[in-house]
Ligand binder design. Structure first.
Ligand code: SF4
Length: 403
């Protein structure tokens, strides 16, 4: 293999969005998505899932970068699966957040890149960029009697510059504000990297606006792969939770000696009752209950105690499993998932909030409950509001009595 190809492979493993991926990793890039995902998820499914959950959690929190970044062939797989996931999630707000996070991460990586490799990356992208091993001077400015020389290693053809800056609004990226000679703009490394970041963002955003039927078909096919389905549902749960974080987003967590079950939704109440009655719980019910209680920061001992009435209870084993679930940091299932698992008990308990939804002042419309944790937030908000009104009222009555 020639030195040039070795370099390209290294760069591709670091930056899998480069066009030569199709050629040099043809065996992966052109594989049928179902086959590709099944093979990948048949090994190391757990570590792959953890990496994706971290990325999506960071994206949903609008974080600036994502550190979990091995540079090897797994990074190519990661990029391809990421695009597939974003495609089948088919939600513009998710696509935007992932595109921002991924491209910002790339900005960080590219900023630390060797100048010559940066030039190679531009070549791979078919950008007309000139590279100068020894920096060239392009401007002299006199500031307070001091000469300031501007130097760079790069020039970019103005057409390519315009293409890459078409979505950028900043004033200094306008052509008139950039020194140009013979059609080539003198560009500093950090500005060139910023343009590449924009290219990467565009690569993820281009997924948007595809045919719904194609997406549905691919989603149905891929969700037949159990580990992939599990990952997909966890991402959806994370998103449902994020979406609901708005007017009722109060930190609610376990406080010693304070009961919370009066604000729990029917799906949880039902499982707790079954446990209290000593009935057996299915694996999914147990998982959901553990994830739910972990989200409210229940102490491990209290969660384990909930299971102590079950016929097959083993304290040591349950403590291990509850700890294990905590370390995974999974969020509880969304209403959609619970409905599909037959675990939604809204009708059975004739629960008004679950059945009818609520009026969102923020959005000015009726909305449905989409996540059991949101149910808790909403009920907590309502009950603290009621308490506030009840404590506020006597004061008014006192004032009235005086007047
Ligand atoms: S609507 Fe959601 S919160 Fe209410 S019972 Fe069903 S799954 Fe639980």
């Amino acid at each position: 293999m020639s030195e040039k190809i070795d370099l390209q492979i290294e760069l591709l493993q670091h930056y899998p969005w480069l066009p030569s991926l199709k050629e040099l990793y043809h065996h992966i890039a052109s594989k049928d998505p179902h086959l590709f995902i099944s093979e990948l998820f048949s090994e190391k499914a757990d570590s792959i899932k953890q990496r994706f959950l971290k990325l999506f959690a960071n994206a949903f929190e609008n974080r600036e970068s994502f550190d979990h970044f091995p540079i090897n062939e797994s990074n190519i797989n990661f990029y391809l699966v990421l695009k597939i996931l974003v495609y089948i999630l088919n939600t513009d707000a998710i696509t935007n957040r992932v595109a921002n996070l991924y491209s910002k991460t790339m900005y960080k990586e590219l900023s630390q890149e060797n100048d010559y490799y940066l030039y190679q990356i531009c070549q791979d992208l078919n950008l007309d960029v000139k590279y100068y091993q020894n920096s060239i001077q392009y401007r002299i400015r006199i500031i307070k009697d001091k000469k300031e020389l501007s130097k760079t290693h790069f020039r970019i053809y103005f057409i390519d510059f315009l293409k890459l800056t078409s979505n950028l609004q900043d004033e200094y990226r306008k052509l008139v504000n950039n020194p140009i000679s013979e059609g080539y703009i003198f560009i500093l490394k950090q500005n060139l990297v910023r343009l590449l970041q924009e290219y990467v963002r565009g690569k993820i955003l281009e997924i948007k606006g595809k045919e719904d039927q194609d997406i549905t078909n691919l989603r149905e096919t891929l969700l037949k792969i159990p580990h992939f389905k599990d990952l997909y549902e966890h991402i959806k749960n994370l998103w449902e939770l994020k979406k609901e974080e708005f007017e009722y987003s109060i930190e609610i967590e376990f406080k010693d000696g304070e009961r919370m079950d009066h604000i729990f939704p029917p799906c949880i109440i039902h499982i707790l009752r079954q446990a209290q009655e000593g009935s057996n719980l299915t694996h999914t019910e147990r998982l959901f209950l553990v994830f739910f209680l972990h989200s409210l920061k229940y102490p491990i001992k209290n969660i384990v105690d909930v299971f102590s009435t079950l016929p097959d209870f083993d304290r040591e084993k349950t403590t291990y499993q509850v700890n294990f679930a905590k370390n995974k940091g999974y969020t509880p299932h969304s209403c959609e998932t619970l409905k599909s698992l037959n675990l939604c008990k809204a009708s059975e308990y004739s629960d008004e909030l679950c059945l009818k939804g609520y009026y969102s002042k923020k959005h000015g419309e009726e909305r449905k409950i989409k996540h059991p944790l949101f149910y808790v937030q909403y009920m907590h908000f309502k009950s603290s509001n009621k308490q506030y009104k009840n404590t506020a009222k006597p004061k008014k009555e006192k004032r009235d009595a005086k007047s």
